[in-house]
Ligand binder design. Structure first.
Ligand SMILES: N=CN[C@@H](CCC(=O)O)C(=O)O
Ligand SMILES: [Zn+2]
Length: 412
């Protein structure tokens, strides 16, 4: 299967030499080729260049991209896409004055979603999640991480990860899976958090590693959920089961979770809405990717991750959706990129780097995704006719995507 894209107004995020991530001031640069062509063969990016140098390709299926931009598909490194039901009542409760924490204390929040999911069959959970996945494919996401964490029993946590695995087998998107058993303390363990962590680090991890259902381990390190000591315990247990850490930290309070993540060589530390100077210092010199989730800040009306400060400190930054029923019922990476520009003050170049190559890094996928590089997976977006790539975040409410190509095939 060969596909030739020609007359591309600008081919964006072209990296001749594969890089794993971009940091600090480098994030301001988005390498591109004007008036370009791109050849996709057998699901991979095979070659590209300016139209003036295009070889005389014959007999290939061709897409004319006059006036349109082409860029790598979005890499969404933080989602909880496999969940059951929704929580719009809590949304209304918040409008009427209750806080996210007050709702959780009243039995809403994560444990509410877990109750629903436990009563949902695997088939039904698959169908509900597939609808969301199909929507985000059309919105240009080509690689995604999906977490468990809305099960909170061994059976239900396994159910989520099996559904995530099946979605990866049935759709042309790369899915990385994360075990987030330590997402909340289930009602049955209300006064026995350690007992629940015994289950998470024991039976749950055992079964997950036997069935090879996860790549990463995660925990919600936050006041009222899990402490830094709990976090260290879960990350150490995960390591024994071959799961590297990617963790939820500093969403509402800075309690030292970032340092714990770095100490355990976490691939990413996510949320970071409340970030102090010590957290920034500890990230310097580490391999840990800070991940901002601006749609979550938007939806909950909480502070935005200080991404500007993170990048200005010379660090990398990735952007992801956090797609979940409680804090972010949206998996739209276009909105994330726009909101990062509008609210976090990232430039379009920084936001596109954060949502492609750095997102790929935060899933351990930068060797295969996140840039236009020979040999990488042929996952690209073709925009509508737009005046410049800055128009993508600028026209934040419009659908600027014309076509999506995943694994070298046009999405129908
Ligand atoms: N903060 C923890 N977990 C999810 C939201 C959970 C929920 O409210 O259902 C998040 O990443 O925002
Ligand atoms: Zn999350």
């Amino acid at each position: 299967m060969k596909l030739l894209l020609r007359n591309i107004k600008q081919l964006l995020q072209v990296r001749d030499n594969s890089i794993d991530k971009v940091s600090g001031a480098e994030m301001k640069s988005l390498p591109l080729i004007e008036n370009a062509w791109l050849l996709l063969k057998d699901g991979l990016i095979t070659d590209y260049g300016p139209m003036s140098n295009m070889p005389d390709y014959q007999g290939f299926k061709t897409i004319d991209c006059t006036g349109k931009m082409v860029l790598p598909s979005w890499c969404d490194s933080h989602t909880h896409l496999v969940y059951a039901g929704n929580r719009e009542q809590e949304f209304v409760d918040r409008i009427n004055g209750l806080s996210y924490q007050e709702i959780a204390e009243k039995g809403g929040g994560i444990v509410n979603s877990a109750k629903t999911l436990q009563q949902t069959s695997e088939q039904d959970l698959y169908s509900q999640s597939a609808i969301r996945l199909e929507e985000i494919l059309k919105q240009g996401t080509g690689a995604i991480e999906i977490k468990s964490g809305y099960g909170l029993t061994t059976e239900a946590e396994l159910k989520i990860l099996r559904v995530a695995k099946k979605l990866g087998e049935n759709y042309p998107i790369k899915i990385k899976k994360t075990f987030l058993g330590a997402h909340a303390i289930p009602t049955e363990f209300k006064n026995n958090k350690d007992g629940y962590l015994d289950l998470v680090c024991g039976e749950m991890m055992q079964k997950i590693s036997e069935e090879k259902l996860a790549d990463y381990v995660d925990i919600f390190c936050e006041e009222g959920y899990f402490t830094v000591a709990d976090t260290e315990r879960v990350l150490e247990a995960g390591k024994k089961h071959g799961l590297s850490p990617k963790i939820h930290v500093n969403q509402f309070n800075a309690i030292g979770g970032v340092a714990a993540g770095v100490k355990h060589n976490a691939l990413s530390v996510d949320h970071l809405e409340i970030l102090n100077d010590d957290d920034i210092s500890v990230l310097k010199g580490s391999n840990t990717m800070p991940v901002a989730l601006p749609s979550c800040s938007y939806f909950l009306s909480i502070p935005y991750t200080p991404g500007r400060k993170i990048i200005d400190a010379g660090l990398p930054l990735a952007l992801a959706t956090d797609y979940n029923p409680g804090s972010t019922p949206s998996g739209n990476m276009n909105f994330v990129v726009a909101t990062a520009c509008i609210k976090i003050r990232l430039t379009p170049e920084e936001a596109i780097n954060a949502a492609t190559i750095n997102g790929a890094y935060a899933m351990g996928l930068s060797a295969s995704h996140g840039s236009i590089t020979k040999g990488k997976v042929a996952n690209v977006l073709i925009t509508k006719k737009i005046p410049s790539y800055g128009f993508l975040p600028y026209a934040f409410g419009s659908n600027n995507i014309d076509q999506v190509i995943l694994k070298g095939k046009t999405l129908e």
